[in-house]
Design a protein around this ligand. Structure first.
Ligand SMILES: [Zn+2]
Length: 423
């Protein structure tokens, strides 16, 4: 973590500033802190592998003790949930190799981790909608002059969408340490990561973000009222916005339901901002048709009530009129977060199985499991059944160039901008 990030961090329990405890074991320079102990008025917290761990769950307490004893390797094992010695050696060997991929590290962390769908995340319908909403709202409230916060952001897939818009670099927060550890290595190198609990007050100062985002996680937060109060507190009250994308709807069943509220329930959580609740279905149609993403719409109550997934946008009053309008959608691969802005690479979408065809490849859309198809089959609306890449296209792809034919495949999301060493 950068030392300057301490300026925006606060203890979740006393609200006090955090400082590196110089008398205890630490590894830091003038610019960044790799490991050490942070202290406030009430507690001490560890920094593990450049990530401040700002909660007091048992693993965090144990990790803090390891850091104090000068054993950052053991602290990292505890935070990554790696208990078995043989597994720890595999994880550490994989992590130490400069050539290992995100997928290999996920595999090393164990079969219970991530489930496997992360591989397909960048083209699933939930991501595609959230990406368009995040970029549209982000252009208004961040515009390269304010900072974004992605809470419960997991491995940072959407945080990556904010890299070109957030200045300084976005902050990714999640309770599950291995996800943000992987994000800093692969998905969003350069982001700041904070390990914290979404059911506790957020460990940030008031008004320091332009955008506070939570995607595909809010239905699992129990303390919803506190969470929204905290999201509203940490954004700029004059020019910021809170965005809850893809949260489930109590009135419509969905897979991995969580503890969702009704649309009216979500609206009532906001005390200081005026939210609008959108059905994800309408936003999805906007994205599939190539845009614009129409945030001037007011979805009818019956439409919102029957949509299994909702998006809640709550801008500060001063910028609301800039948010409540149609927004042009960046075609895939052209946005500020693509290969040119974040270190990424053009790769064939892993949902396609390739077979040799002359000296090129024939690609066929193939779902990994029936469950995946059930949950994300709407991607058929933009992913073609079949595609092909000729020899010249393959050579260009390998060299990181786009030919006109490849650019078409990027538009169709058959070729994706993926993080370096993703799989
Ligand atoms: Zn404190």
């Amino acid at each position: 973590m950068l030392r300057e990030t301490l300026e925006i961090l606060r203890c979740p329990y006393c609200g006090g500033r955090l400082e590196l405890v110089g008398a205890l074991h630490h590894r830091a320079d003038d610019r960044a802190i790799e490991e050490g102990i942070l202290g406030c008025h009430c507690c001490v917290f560890p920094v593990v592998s450049g990530i401040p761990v700002l909660h007091l769950q048992p693993a965090a307490v144990e990790a803090r003790e390891h850091i104090e004893q000068g054993r950052p390797d053991l602290a990292l094992r505890v935070m990554n949930g790696v208990i078995d010695l043989a597994q720890a050696e595999i994880v550490e060997r994989t992590a130490a190799s400069g050539r290992s991929t995100y997928r290999e590290l996920v595999d090393a962390l164990g079969p219970a981790f991530e489930g496997g769908y992360f591989l397909y995340r960048f083209s699933d319908p939930t991501f595609v909608v959230a990406d368009a909403v995040v970029r549209s709202v982000g252009r208004v409230v961040l515009g390269g002059r304010a900072r974004a916060l992605d809470v419960c952001g997991g491995s940072g897939h959407l945080t990556r969408s904010l890299v070109g818009l957030s200045s300084p670099a976005p902050v990714l927060a999640d309770l599950f340490f291995p996800k943000i550890w992987l994000a800093r290595r692969f998905t969003v190198p350069g982001c700041e990561a904070v390990c914290c609990d979404g059911n506790a007050p957020l460990p940030f100062a008031r008004g320091v973000f332009g955008l506070a985002l939570c995607s595909d996680a809010f239905q699992y937060i129990w303390t919803k009222r506190q969470f929204i109060g905290e999201m509203a507190r940490v954004v700029d009250h004059k020019a910021g916005a809170v965005l809850i994308s893809h949260t489930h709807n109590q009135l419509a069943w969905s897979a991995s339901h969580g503890q969702p509220l009704s649309p009216a329930g979500y609206r009532d959580l906001f005390e200081t901002l005026e939210p609008r609740v959108f059905g994800e279905g309408g936003l999805f149609e906007d994205v599939v048709s190539g845009g614009p993403l129409d945030l001037s719409r007011r979805d009818r109550p019956d439409v919102v009530d029957r949509d299994p997934a909702l998006t809640v946008v709550a801008p500060a009053p001063g910028i609301a009129s800039e948010v409540w309008r149609p927004h042009a959608i960046d075609p895939p691969g052209t946005a500020s977060g693509c290969v040119t802005a974040v270190k990424g690479r053009w790769r064939i979408n892993p949902l396609y199985v390739a077979s040799a065809d002359g000296d090129g490849l024939r690609l066929r859309l193939t779902f990994p499991t029936a469950d995946y198809e059930d949950e994300y089959g709407a991607c058929r609306r933009y992913l073609p059944e079949d595609a092909a890449i000729d020899h010249a296209g393959l050579a260009a792809l390998e060299a990181g160039r786009l030919t006109p034919a490849l650019a078409d495949l990027v538009r169709q999301r058959v070729v994706l901008d993926l993080p370096e060493r993703y799989y």
